[in-house]
Design a binder for this molecule. Sequence first.
Ligand SMILES: CC(C)(COP(=O)(O)OP(=O)(O)OC[C@H]1O[C@@H](n2cnc3c(N)ncnc32)[C@H](O)[C@@H]1OP(=O)(O)O)[C@@H](O)C(=O)NCCC(=O)NCCS
Length: 184
Amino acid sequence: MAPIALPLTTDRLILRLFTADDIDDMYAYQGLESVARYLYRPPRTRERCAEVIDGFAEPAGWAADGDNLVLAVCRADEPGVIGEIVLKLASAHARQAEIGWTLHPAYEGRGYATEAARAAAAAAFDSLGAHRIFARLDVENTGSARVCERLGMRREAHLVENDLDGERWGSEYIYAALAHELKR
Ligand SMILES: CC(C)(COP(=O)(O)OP(=O)(O)OC[C@H]1O[C@@H](n2cnc3c(N)ncnc32)[C@H](O)[C@@H]1OP(=O)(O)O)[C@@H](O)C(=O)NCCC(=O)NCCS
């Protein structure tokens, strides 16, 4: 897969790699129960955020199944990180990429997640050579489903009680789009 030219820029946002200076900004949203609610894992401690960002220091590239590209989402008009977009190479052979998004709740409701995801999805198709992108989300995560639909992704699957979140059986939707289906 070809490398991606970073940063990615949109009208209002800059998507770039994380640095050690971003630990507090990441913890500000990844530390929240409300953000972790649909991620099937507990909120991250500050120490965990530091470890995660440290792990980005030597990116694995985007060549083998499971390789992740994690992009910090920043507003162009103010410093700091407001969220992140993850592009995971799910299958190098079939050029399948999983996309995910997380936003600090203070910045929800302004279209930033969709704007960032659209730029990352476009880069996945145009620069990374992805053939299909997909997202997996809890069926109760209506905000995330709306992001998928705004991007032009189609709901392809409804997995019923396929995961266990504490005491709760979780069900998931899979949304996907091919390059020509992405609403740019
Ligand atoms: C999922 C998540 C990213 C959605 O965030 P969001 O702010 O609702 O999504 P967007 O940034 O696309 O914003 C869309 C909203 O902004 C509104 N909006 C305001 N100004 C806008 C603009 N200029 N452009 C586009 N939308 C705008 C839209 O009307 C829309 O509101 P609606 O959903 O009530 O119709 C966020 O809730 C989140 O991070 N959740 C926790 C982590 C998580 O669950 N991640 C996904 C796991 S699968």
